[in-house]
Design a binder for this molecule. Structure first.
Ligand SMILES: Cc1cc2nc3c(=O)[nH]c(=O)nc-3n(C[C@H](O)[C@H](O)[C@H](O)COP(=O)(O)OP(=O)(O)OC[C@H]3O[C@@H](n4cnc5c(N)ncnc54)[C@H](O)[C@@H]3O)c2cc1C
Length: 375
């Protein structure tokens, strides 16, 4: 059985960031990823600038990848009325195809090992983890980071409580070409039972990604009808979809998107990114949280692995405390915001209130984002 100091399950933003950080601090790291790079992922592809200083420290420079600076938010109601406002901190438009690949290349350069296989089980016994892949290959380590995203068979194996609840959300994403789409703008546009984001990526393609309730989607049965009969009731989305050229053969879709509360540690596995908690996508902060949580976890893990500075119990409790202090409020705010904007009777009032008050929109953004990670 091959042995590592740290095994990371899942090579998305959280897993790759932790892999680079821990490898740079001198640890032997193995990442399991079930897909190969590069690949497209369902995501709004707007990353908050709060993580740029930390990424630079890790040697990852988004500017050089052609990523697009985003400075303005355009917000619209179901009927298409709304406002534009400057984003307090701003963001960057980059596809997950390019972003994850950039981090993967940096991880390889930093000495991280990769195995492209799905992990089936994680067990902790006598201070050692045993990680088993779908092909029954076995590896051991003293630390496991669970960075396998929103939902996985591993959540069942680890008996996590959120997995027992059915989620009522699905998400759809596709890239389009539209020459006159504004460069520096991210759009957040509402429709009945959901909302979608529009923003440019490094390739010049415009990403359209939305979250919709099953209830509203089920009535239409397929994406084409849903676009025609529901999404395009918003005139801004109608204008976009009627003029833009789709670049994917068919949109990517994911189901069972859960926003239930999760624990940052389960059976000694340190959860990072969406495995620890997913903020509502309308906040545009999930990627930044995934990267930031990887930083926090890596610092505790480094202290634990580097001699006698910290024991396992202190490491785990320290991580839980810091995770809650950093993210719990943002998640709570995101939950309230989403339930107000998508509430069957409050939504029209809530959306039009936000759409008329730039200061309110700015406050909402501030409360769902963090400060630049400079230390
Ligand atoms: C509709 C939608 C729109 C969004 N838009 C935005 C946005 O605009 N801005 C923003 O900041 N955030 C957004 N988010 C949130 C953001 O996408 C996530 O928070 C972010 O991807 C979390 O990164 P992660 O590394 O935790 O998970 P992921 O990026 O999902 O990575 C998990 C990885 O684990 C791998 N994996 C899973 N199971 C296994 C296994 N058993 N073995 C091996 N590998 C495994 C997967 O293949 C995957 O590569 C959006 C989310 C949704 C649902």
């Amino acid at each position: 059985m091959e042995q590592y100091e740290v095994i990371i399950v899942g090579g998305g933003l959280a897993g790759l960031t932790a892999a680079i950080h821990l490898s740079k601090t001198g640890h032997r790291v193995l990442v399991f990823e079930k897909n190969t790079y590069p690949h497209h992922k369902v995501c709004g592809e707007y990353v908050s600038n709060e993580v740029l200083p930390y990424l630079k420290k890790l040697g990852v420079n988004l500017d050089k990848s052609g990523a697009v600076p985003i400075t303005t938010l355009r917000f619209s109601t179901v009927k298409g009325s709304g406002l534009k406002t400057e984003l307090p901190l701003g963001g960057t438009g980059i596809s997950r195809y390019a972003f994850d690949y950039l981090l993967y290349e940096k991880a390889v350069e930093s000495g991280v090992d990769f195995i492209f296989d799905s992990v089936n089980s994680i067990e902790y016994k006598n201070t050692v983890f045993k990680v088993v892949t779908i092909d029954n290959r076995k590896y051991t380590s003293s630390i496991v980071i669970g960075a396998y995203g929103k939902r996985s068979v591993l959540d069942k194996q680890l008996n996590r409580s959120f997995i027992k609840e059915k989620s009522s959300w699905l998400a759809v994403k596709s890239h389009y070409r539209l020459a006159d789409f504004p460069d520096r703008e991210v759009g957040l546009h509402n429709f009945k039972g959901g909302y979608g984001g529009l923003s440019k990526t490094e390739s010049g393609a415009v990403n359209f990604c939305y979250l919709a309730s099953y209830q509203s989607f089920q009535k239409e049965k397929d994406v084409e009808r849903f676009h025609r009969n529901v999404v395009q009731e918003n005139p801004i989305l109608k204008d976009f979809l009627s003029r833009a050229e789709p670049l994917f053969d068919s949109p990517l879709t994911i189901a069972q998107v859960s926003f239930e509360a999760k624990a940052p540690i389960k059976d000694h596995v340190i959860m990072c990114g969406d495995t620890a908690g997913l903020i509502h996508p309308l906040c545009g902060n999930g990627m930044a949280m995934a990267i930031h949580s990887a930083k926090i976890a890596s610092e505790y893990i480094d202290a634990f692995l580097s001699g006698d500075k910290m024991n396992r119990k202190d490491m785990e409790q320290g991580y839980i405390k810091k995770w809650n202090r950093t993210f719990k409020r943002r998640l709570w705010f995101g939950r309230q915001l989403q339930s107000l904007l998508l509430h069957p009777s409050w939504s029209a009032f809530g959306i039009s209130l936000v759409a008329r008050q730039p200061w309110l929109l700015k406050q909402l953004i501030k409360n769902t984002h963090g400060k630049p990670i400079n230390e």
